[in-house]
Design a binder for this molecule. Sequence first.
Ligand code: NDP
Length: 445
Amino acid sequence: MKLLSNVMEQVLKRNPNEPEFHQAAKEVLESLELVAERHPEFIKAGIFDRIVEPERQIIFRVPWVDDNGNVRVNRGFRVQFNSAIGPYKGGLRFHPSVNLGIIKFLGFEQIFKNSLTGLPIGGAKGGSDFDPKGKSDGEVMRFCQSFMTELYRHIGPDTDVPAGDIGVGAREIGYMYGQYKRIKNDFTGVLTGKGLTWGGSLVRTEATGYGLCYFVEEMLKAKGKSFKGATVAISGSGNVAIYAAEKAQELGANVVTMSDSNGYIYDPDGIKLDTVKRIKEVERKRIKEYVKYHPSAQYTEGCTGVWTVKCDIALPCATQNEIDEQSAKTLVANGCYAVGEGANMPSTNEAIEVFLNAKVLFAPAKAANAGGVATSALEMSQNSMRYSWTFEEVDAKLKQIMVNIYKNASAAAKEYGFEDNLVVGANIAGFMKVANAMYAQGIAY
Ligand code: NDP
């Protein structure tokens, strides 16, 4: 980095103890060096300095009462990063590892991802260090209500529209939506991922996983390959992982692994998704239960071991930094020729380098997993119109959006002399639209 090294230095100085945010900023800024060279007007207008600083960060106390009558306190976050091209949009994550740096890395990535969808949405992210695991429905409900009792004043259908992420699914969205409506007396599209009878969109549940496969299929097609007959390793067993597995199977792949934070299952005959859905979506149990129903499958403790399984295509769909340099090398040595990131930033920067050097087809998260937020934006459109599209209509729009993202990222990579490098391509394509909007809108003195 030459022109933008001072921007990165400022990020490090101003945001100490936020390694995930540093990692995300470095990856993007490195890709934008040539853009800075070609667009001195962006440097003069401080676009790079401004884009790494959130427009607003909200941190708040979330007190709630557990089933034994004890008062518990968690911390809530909403980082409204950039609204140049539309209202803030991005998920809420409930996981004990959540802190400001994690929310900032996710919010920063969200700016470019949302831009890539071609839809008018700005970037944001939020959440809490609350852990829904092991909590009763009543405890989750009281937590969600308390969380929304503060958050409601910062969001709105034309201001900021949160959605789900890790630990926030249909149940949590329901409790938060109920509380928003109670306080505001407004039935409005303020959250996405809602239930189908109260404003939700068909395909939203499947969108990130399906969209990932549509993107990867397009990337494979450009090189004369496809999912058909390929062996696929998937990590995670949550919303993204389950529907990535479903679409990959539909496209003819043999999905052989899934995992959770405790360990992974390997079923060489192909994962039976009905069983996984029952265990994870209905019973909310651990993935190791799977081998009780399918004794020919194996369960291994430790989640990173999933990347030692031989596969053609890897779809990391659990969490950030789950593929490090060593896991990347193992995947390459085992013949893996394509990686599609379903989770946000699942590969470390060192792992990405290993993949790119080995000419592995690499689909970066901000492009490949944009199908979730794209369908959320379609949910917003349907809410505004007070109208619902059919499953087929939404699915067709999702597919078209993913194909367009691939085309735009791929074209931007070529234009800047990085043919086939979708990391650089996605960063540049996502950045240009936001940068032009920021430039046009001027600076408030
Ligand atoms: P879920 O909560 O539905 O599932 C998360 C899965 O990942 C679970 O299997 C979970 O296991 C596992 N996991 C979570 N944290 C860790 C960890 N620290 N180590 C190992 N495994 C872990 O979340 P989603 O499926 O919604 O999200 C998965 C990823 O996809 C995240 O990176 C998210 O940001 C990203 N994403 C999600 C979108 C969406 O629409 N939902 C959109 C775009 C990106 P366990 O049950 O043991 O915690």
